[in-house]
Ligand binder design. Structure first.
Ligand SMILES: Nc1ncnc2c1ncn2[C@@H]1O[C@H](COP(=O)(O)OP(=O)(O)O)[C@@H](O)[C@H]1O
Ligand SMILES: O=P(O)(O)OC[C@H]1O[C@](O)(COP(=O)(O)O)[C@@H](O)[C@@H]1O
Length: 553
C-alpha cells in the first residue's frame, strides 16, 4: 500500500516535473526567440542608423567641401527643395539577379594569313576592359531646369542612363529581340544596328538577337518569320532609310507576343516606336511580370513628328527637317519663276503636332505662311492668312506656304476615319489651301499661279544625317545598358541634353505632345513669316497649362 502510494506520488511528481519542464522549455524558447528577433531587429536598426549616419556625413562633407562659384549673384527667390526621381522598374527586386560585374568587351576578328578558307581565317580575339564611368543608383538629371522666381520649389528628376556596375542578366544567357512599329523615320536602321552591336560586342552575349519583321504582327504571323540579326547582317544597314525589319500599324496581340517571348527564351526586348508602340511595350512588360517572366522591355522613342513628350528631340527629326528644305527651296523657285503671283505650297507631316512644319520654316527662313495643327487657321478677315498672302505677293512678287497635314481642322472638320492603329485619318489641307488661294485671288480680280508640292514620304525615308546617327547610337547603347542592368518598362531619350531612362507610363501619359502655341517656337515662326497670329488671347487671370512644362518647346 505504502509502495503503491509512493509510486503514485512519484508519478504525480514526475508529471508535474515534466509539465514544469515543458513550460520552462517553452518559456525559454519563447524568450530566446524573442530575444533573437529583438537582437535581429536591433542589428537591422543599427545598420540602418549607420547607413543614414554615413549618408548624412557624406552629405555634410559634400556641403562643406562644395565650393561656391567664383562668379554669380546669390539669389534668394529661386529654390530647389525636393527632387522626385522618376524611377524605372527594376527586375532585381522581383527576380534572382546574376549580379555579374560589368566589363566592356571588345571583340576583334583576327585574320590568319596562312589559312586557306575564309572560315578558317576568321578568328575572334576578345579584350575586356573597365568602364571609366559607371552610373550609380540615384544619379539623376533634373527635369525642371527652368526655374522662375517664387514659383515651384520642387522638381522631378530622370534616372541617368549609362552602364551600371553590376548586370542583372548573365550575358552568356541573353537572347534579345528588336521590333520596329508605326510610321517610318530616319535612323531606324541605325538603332537596330547599334542595339545588335552593343549586345554582341559591348556585352558579348551568348544568345541570339532576333529581328521581328513587320511590327507587332511579326511576333505571331507565320508569314513573317523572325530573322536572326548578326554583326555581318547589320554592318551596312545604317546607310539606307526605312527599317530592314519592316514596320506596320495595328497587329498587337499580347498573348501571342508573350508566347513568342517564352518560346524563344527572350530576356531583353527592344521596342522602337512612338507613343502607340510604347503603350504596347508597357503592356508587354506588365504581361511578362504577370506570367513571371524575367524580361527587360526597353523602348526607344521613334517619331517623325517629334511628338513624344519629355525628350528634347526624337531621332530622325533633324534629318526630316533637313530633307524638307529641298521641297521648300523648290517651292520658292516655282513661286519666284511662275508669273503672275507665284505661290508655292509645301505640305509636311504632322498629324497633331506641327514641329516639322515649324522647324522647317525656321530653318529655311524662306516661308511666308506656316500652318500647324496647334494654331487655328483663319482664312479671311483681319487675321486671315489669304489677305496676308496677297500682301506678301504684292510686296515681293511671290509667296511660300508650309502647311502641316494636321492643320486646319477648324475649316475642314474632323475626320471620323481611323487607320489600323486607331490614328485619325486627315482631310486634304494642302489641296484645300491651293483652291482657297486661287479663289481668293480671283475674287479680288487677280490670278494666282499656285504650285503644290507634297514630299511627305520622301522626307521620312531619307537615311539619318550625322547628328541623328550619333543620337541613334547613344539611344541604342543606353537602351542595352538599361536592360542589362535589369531595368524594364523604360524608354531612353535625351532630356535636357543628357541621356536618361524614363518610365514608360510617365512618357505616354502626356504623349503625343503638341507645340505650345504660346511658346517661343511659334513666336519665332510668326516673327519670320510675319503672318497674323491667330492664337486666342488667354483669358484674364488664366494660366497657360503648358507654361510649366519641363521641356520648353
Ligand atoms: N494602347 C495600345 N496598346 C497596345 N498597342 C498599341 C496601342 N496603341 C498603339 N499600339 C500599337 O503600336 C503600334 C504602333 O502604333 P502607331 O500609333 O501606328 O504608331 P506610333 O507608335 O508611332 O504612335 C501599332 O502596331 C499599334 O497597334
Ligand atoms: O501614311 P502613314 O504611313 O500612316 O503615315 C502618315 C502619318 O505618320 C506620321 O508620320 C506619324 O507616324 P508615327 O507617329 O508612327 O511616327 C504622321 O505625321 C502622318 O500623318
Amino acid at each position: 500500500m505504502t509502495t503503491a502510494l509512493h509510486s503514485k506520488d512519484t508519478t504525480t511528481a514526475l508529471v508535474a516535473f515534466s509539465a514544469a519542464l515543458v513550460t520552462a522549455t517553452a518559456a525559454t524558447t519563447y524568450l530566446l526567440t524573442t530575444r533573437y528577433e529583438q537582437s535581429k531587429e536591433r542589428a537591422r536598426a543599427w545598420k540602418q542608423y549607420q547607413r543614414e549616419k554615413l549618408l548624412k556625413e557624406k552629405t555634410a562633407e559634400a556641403r562643406k567641401t562644395m565650393k561656391e562659384p567664383s562668379s554669380g549673384t546669390l539669389i534668394d527667390d529661386v529654390f530647389i527643395d525636393k527632387v522626385f526621381l522618376w524611377e524605372c522598374q527594376d527586375l532585381r527586386k522581383s527576380f534572382a539577379s546574376a549580379n555579374v560585374a560589368n566589363h566592356m568587351h571588345f571583340q576583334y576578328e583576327t585574320i590568319h594569313p596562312l589559312a586557306s578558307t575564309a572560315l578558317q581565317r576568321k578568328n575572334s580575339t576578345e579584350i575586356i576592359t573597365q568602364y571609366n564611368k559607371l552610373i550609380t543608383d540615384h544619379e539623376c538629371i533634373l527635369g525642371d531646369i527652368v526655374r522662375k522666381p517664387n514659383k515651384q520649389t520642387n522638381t522631378v528628376a530622370y534616372m541617368r542612363a549609362g552602364p551600371r556596375r553590376y548586370l542583372h542578366f548573365d550575358p552568356a544567357q541573353v537572347n534579345a529581340a528588336i521590333v520596329t512599329c508605326g510610321g517610318l523615320c530616319p535612323g531606324l536602321n541605325n538603332v537596330i544596328r547599334e542595339i545588335t552591336k552593343s549586345l554582341y560586342q559591348l556585352y558579348a552575349i551568348g544568345g541570339k538577337v532576333y529581328g521581328i519583321r513587320g511590327g507587332y504582327r511579326g511576333f505571331w504571323d507565320p508569314e513573317l518569320e523572325p530573322v536572326e540579326l548578326t554583326l555581318d547582317l547589320v554592318e551596312n544597314i545604317h546607310h539606307g532609310g526605312g527599317t530592314v525589319l519592316g514596320s506596320s500599324r495595328g497587329g498587337f496581340d499580347l498573348d501571342k507576343i508573350l508566347d513568342f517571348v517564352r518560346d524563344r527564351k527572350i530576356s531583353q526586348l527592344f521596342v522602337i516606336g512612338g507613343d502607340g508602340t510604347h503603350r504596347g511595350a508597357f503592356r508587354i512588360h506588365e504581361g511578362c511580370i504577370e506570367r513571371g517572366y524575367n524580361v527587360a522591355v526597353a523602348g526607344i522613342p521613334k517619331t517623325i513628328d517629334n511628338d513624344v513628350d519629355y525628350i528634347d528631340q526624337s531621332f530622325g527629326f533633324q534629318s526630316a527637317v533637313e530633307a524638307a528644305q529641298v521641297a521648300i527651296r523648290s517651292a520658292k523657285t516655282e513661286a519666284v519663276c511662275n508669273l503672275p503671283n507665284g505661290i508655292g505650297i509645301v505640305k509636311l507631316m504632322g498629324r497633331s503636332a506641327g514641329f516639322i512644319a515649324a522647324h522647317s520654316t525656321m530653318a529655311s527662313s524662306d516661308v511666308d505662311l506656316c500652318l500647324v495643327p496647334e494654331v487655328p487657321v483663319v482664312l479671311d478677315g483681319e487675321t486671315g492668312c489669304l489677305p496676308h498672302l496677297m500682301r506678301r505677293v504684292k510686296q515681293q512678287g511671290y509667296a511660300v506656304v508650309v502647311v502641316a497635314e494636321g492643320a486646319g481642322e477648324e475649316v475642314l472638320g474632323t475626320s471620323t476615319e481611323v487607320d489600323a492603329s486607331g490614328n485619325k485619318k486627315l482631310p486634304a489641307i494642302g489641296e484645300f489651301m491651293k483652291k482657297s488661294i486661287e479663289e481668293y485671288f480671283k475674287k479680288h480680280g487677280e490670278t494666282a499661279t499656285v504650285k503644290y508640292i507634297d514630299p511627305s514620304y520622301t522626307v521620312r525615308t531619307v537615311p539619318a544625317n550625322a547628328a541623328d546617327s550619333l543620337y541613334c547610337m547613344q539611344l541604342a547603347q543606353n537602351a542595352v545598358h538599361g536592360a542589362m542592368a535589369g531595368y524594364t518598362g523604360f524608354s531612353v531619350g535625351l532630356c535636357n541634353n543628357r541621356m536618361v531612362l524614363l518610365p514608360i507610363p510617365e512618357l505616354v501619359a502626356t504623349s503625343p505632345r503638341s507645340m505650345n502655341a504660346r511658346g517661343r517656337t511659334w513666336e519665332r515662326v510668326i516673327g519670320l513669316t510675319r503672318q497674323p497670329n491667330t492664337v486666342p488671347e488667354l483669358e484674364e487671370g488664366k494660366v497657360d497649362p503648358k507654361d510649366n512644362q519641363p521641356t520648353p518647346h
